[in-house]
Design a protein around this ligand. Structure first.
Ligand code: GLU
Length: 291
């Protein structure tokens, strides 16, 4: 095994891959090849209700059809909940988590109008931050669902003590190799959800844990995850894992300017394939080649 760069493509099998995924996968694969690095595929299937084996199988088939090859075994997040629990236990041991029993509706009702997180969701108004441990225990005993939230102020303060200086990340330009230092601003997310009772991790915790476990040095993904890097950097400091470089590529958009999503069925690779498209056509449609 070389010590060269390590790249990964990390789709969630909760819908069909579309042109935006093809773009992301091909950009990552080709960059790994150009830099003499490794290319890993990771299946992000922590949402056991929405992620389905047949969607995963279709996904792997689409990627192979595009001409991508990856290392085996493929890491499947659903097989590694114990890794996320270990990370969660570490954060809990640092006294950075608290349970929140509030429903989405309750949070929306108490949120301050106009105060949203970078994804546009109402900023958590701190509802259960001061809940007594007796009440939390009683509600847990009554089997109430809850989320574990990060005490953001305390987490930032703790991270600062562990790694003095501003929290930043390196955004690399794949064309010329330039690395730009970007500020990471996790406070704009408020007390983010780090795990839930029914799914004992979150996207953020799983991604940071896996990128570290798999030795990922270069994270390439769409611009829609740019702001999530704030939380990932904070967690990397708190969990004492290495910091990868990041490249957030431009998103493909539909005619109305909306980013492609899994609900755009007509843009799915499966339906384009069924309609006779070739891998070259997909590259063209994803904006990777000129006519
Ligand atoms: N699983 C995420 C998605 O499908 C991508 C995670 C990442 O690249 O960090 O949107």
């Amino acid at each position: 095994m070389t010590n060269g760069p390590v790249f990964r493509f990390a789709p969630s099998p909760n819908g069909a891959l579309h042109l935006g995924h093809a773009l992301s996968a091909i950009v990552t694969f080709e960059l790994a090849q150009k830099m003499g690095g490794r290319f890993l595929l990771r299946i992000e299937d922590i949402d056991l209700e929405r992620c389905r084996p047949e969607l995963e199988a279709q996904m792997l088939d689409d990627l192979a059809w595009l001409g991508l090859t990856w290392e085996e075994p493929v890491r499947r997040q659903s097989e590694h909940f114990e890794s996320y629990t270990r990370a969660l236990t570490k954060l809990d041991g640092m006294d950075l988590l608290y349970p929140c029993f509030a429903s989405r509706k309750e949070i929306a009702a108490h949120a301050v109008a106009g105060q949203n997180d970078p994804d546009g969701a109402p900023l958590y108004p701190g509802l259960h931050k001061e809940l007594s441990s007796t009440e939390a225990t009683t509600r847990k005993r009554a089997s109430e669902p809850f989320a574990l939230r990060l005490d953001m102020d305390k987490a930032i303060e703790t991270a600062r003590a562990m790694s003095p200086g501003p929290l930043t990340f390196g955004e690399f330009n794949p064309h010329n190799g330039e690395i730009k230092t970007m500020p990471a601003e996790p406070d704009r997310w408020g007390d983010a959800v780090i795990a839930r009772k029914d799914v004992p991790t979150s996207y953020h915790l799983a991604v940071v844990t896996d990128d570290a476990r798999q030795g990922v040095t270069h994270v390439t993904r769409g611009q829609d995850l740019f702001a999530a890097t704030d939380i990932h950097r904070l967690l990397q400091v708190l969990l004492e894992v290495p910091e990868p470089l990041y490249h957030h590529h431009a998103l493909l958009r539909d005619e109305a300017g909306r980013k492609l999503s899994k609900s755009h069925k007509d843009q799915s690779l499966a339906s384009l394939r069924a309609g006779g498209a070739s891998p070259e056509d997909i590259r063209f449609l994803a904006g990777l080649t000129k006519p």
